[in-house]
Write a protein that binds this ligand. Structure first.
Ligand code: G4P
Length: 526
């Protein structure tokens, strides 16, 4: 039976996983895909030390470093709902891409390593999630290890992340003595079966916290502790409130072990029942609703090398409203051009598939030969621009030139193309054509070096340059702006979109020019 347009939209769930590196995101993604029947046994996504990588680890540098650099998208069915899982790079160097991914989801799963508690990266990501009021479901992971007291963990999460928490399940024991969890809302104890958890295990449950069998099955000491913990929880935590969750004010908390494949089905069950279907999004003109029939969407990511044989780049579009149909005409708002799209892609665990249709909430990939940029809006004719896709000022800067001066053009093209993906930024100082690359972290810089070599065959010389920051300039007074640029030639550059940039070699100078030229706006983000 075919679903109607509205049914299709309503059954979509688009979410991302946020966590500090090593909290267990890859392991959880893998187990989620196991439940989503995308893979049959765990251990196929990433097997460290064995050089075995899944197709989602596209880039050369990922193989060398053993980390996931790029954001991947995976779509699968679970309990009749269509899940779009957007993977966010967990490494601390990768911020821009991760932040933009959060603009493309409707819900987040936050993973906390229960032996460590709330770590720095989680804190930063949650700040972004909170900015957009994204609902957040929390999973306390690694209960098969020595962990911190669960009450302490909840307390720390509430205080550090400024969000109310409410336990939905509660752990029974930990480490070698981990016995499972109790679900406060259906009064069922789910028993943990130790082992590596490569497969989906049969359900092993005890019904009711007052069930006699509980003492025999988990030991009377643990049973007693569980009953007193639950009494305390009921006295001290808010009950789950769907409205508060959807407003990003309350996070339901689940406990388990990703490695032991325990608790992952609980995550998915609650995601499909509580997480929102596609949400409306704001533009410079109006709010766009997912149930509107006309197509609209925005580009939140550009990714190169999904097929390294071709200089192939894919622009990832989050559909905000309407439906994509193969062969349809889309209006590219920035360039004011219509494009016939007949080869949009969807992504299933790293495999790309030509899709005939896609709905609000889905992510589609368009082949991009340079005309599509991050933040671009596509519609069926309406002149609107989606908001919220920001470009941050980089923190690390290098001047770059080719060893062989005849490769200048290749270097330039390479830098423009790599910077269009949004992880690094490229500036050209106007008066002497010096090329500068700016990154948020060193790893992104290493990635540029590796890709220039590998893909563009450019051996380059890099010099660290002392630049404190850059600012995107705006000014309505043409004459003043011209004279400012003439007086500060060494500071004026163009970014890859030909926007005018002020390069600040130190913050004191920046402050002085800002005071001297009040008619010029120095934007921190683009
Ligand atoms: P990340 O993507 O968030 O960086 O984390 P990842 O899943 O790679 O997990 C980091 C480490 O924590 C891995 O160990 C992984 O096996 C382990 N881990 C994840 N979940 C659990 C859990 O529930 N219990 C326990 N005990 N460990 C867990 P590793 O030694 O770094 O790698 P590997 O050799 O196991 O692949």
């Amino acid at each position: 039976m075919c679903n109607s347009f509205l049914e299709e939209v309503a059954r979509r769930r688009t979410f991302a996983i946020i966590s500090h590196p090593d909290a267990g995101k890859t392991t959880i993604t893998e187990k989620i895909l196991l439940f989503g029947k995308v893979i049959k046994t765990a251990g196929t996504i990433k097997s460290r030390g064995s050089n075995k990588y899944a197709k989602s680890d596209w880039m050369q540098i990922e193989k060398q470093r053993g980390i996931s650099v790029t954001t991947s998208v995976m779509q699968f069915l679970y309990c009749g709902k269509l899940i779009n899982l957007l993977d966010t790079p967990g490494h601390k160097d990768f911020s821009d891409d991760t932040y933009r991914t959060l603009a493309a989801v409707d819900c987040c799963l936050m993973i906390i390593d229960a032996s460590k508690g709330v770590e720095e990266r989680t804190h930063k990501l949650m700040e972004v999630a909170r900015l957009n009021d994204i609902p957040v479901l929390t999973f306390m992971n690694k209960f098969d290890c020595d962990i911190r007291d669960p009450f302490d963990l909840l307390d720390e999460t509430e205080k550090k992340l400024n969000i109310d928490c409410t336990p939905i399940t509660w752990p029974i024991g930990f480490g070698k003595n981990f016995k499972g969890s109790y679900n406060l809302y259906n009064d069922i104890i789910y028993k943990y079966q130790a082992g590596k958890g490569h497969k989906i295990k049969e359900l092993n449950i005890i019904e009711g916290i007052d069930n006699y069998n509980l003492d025999a099955e988990i030991g009377s000491e643990l049973a007693m502790k569980l009953r007193s913990d639950i009494k305390l929880i009921k006295e001290s935590f808010f009950e789950f409130d769907q409205k508060k969750f959807l407003n990003g004010k309350l996070s339901p908390v689940l406990f388990g072990s990703a490695l032991g494949n325990f608790g992952i089905d609980h995550i998915l069950n609650y995601l499909v029942s509580w997480a929102p279907s596609p949400m409306p999004r704001n533009t410079d003109m109006r709010l766009v609703y997912p149930k509107e029939k006309k197509f609209s969407g925005f580009v939140f990511k550009i990714q190169a090398n999904m097929d390294p044989k071709h200089h192939d780049r894919i622009a990832f579009i989050r559909i905000v409203s309407g439906k994509y149909n193969k062969g349809m005409k889309l209006y590219h708002v920035r360039t004011k051009k219509n494009m016939i799209i007949s080869d949009a892609l969807t992504f299933i665990a790293g495999d790309r598939i030509h899709t005939k249709e896609a709905y609000s909430g889905d992510i589609i990939g368009l082949h991009n030969h340079g005309s599509i940029k991050i933040g671009d809006t596509f519609t069926q004719g309406e002149n609107i621009n989606f908001l919220g896709i920001t470009k941050f000022a980089p923190e690390i800067f290098h001047s770059v030139r080719p060893k062989d001066p005849f490769r200048q053009k290749q270097l330039y093209n390479g830098l423009v193309e790599i910077s269009e993906e949004g992880n690094v930024q490229f500036f050209r100082i106007i008066h002497n054509n010096e090329c500068i690359i700016g990154t948020i972290g060193m790893l992104q810089f290493d990635m540029v070096v590796s890709r220039l070599n590998y893909e563009y065959k450019v051996e380059a010389i890099y010099t660290n340059v002392k630049i404190s920051t850059v600012r995107w300039l705006e000014c309505n007074n043409f004459k003043k702006f011209q004279s400012f640029q003439n007086n500060h030639k060494a500071n004026i550059a163009l970014d890859s979109n030909n926007n005018i940039i002020y390069i600040a070699y130190n913050m004191v100078n920046l402050k002085i020019v800002q005071e001297r030229y009040p008619e010029i706006i120095f934007n921190k983000t683009q």
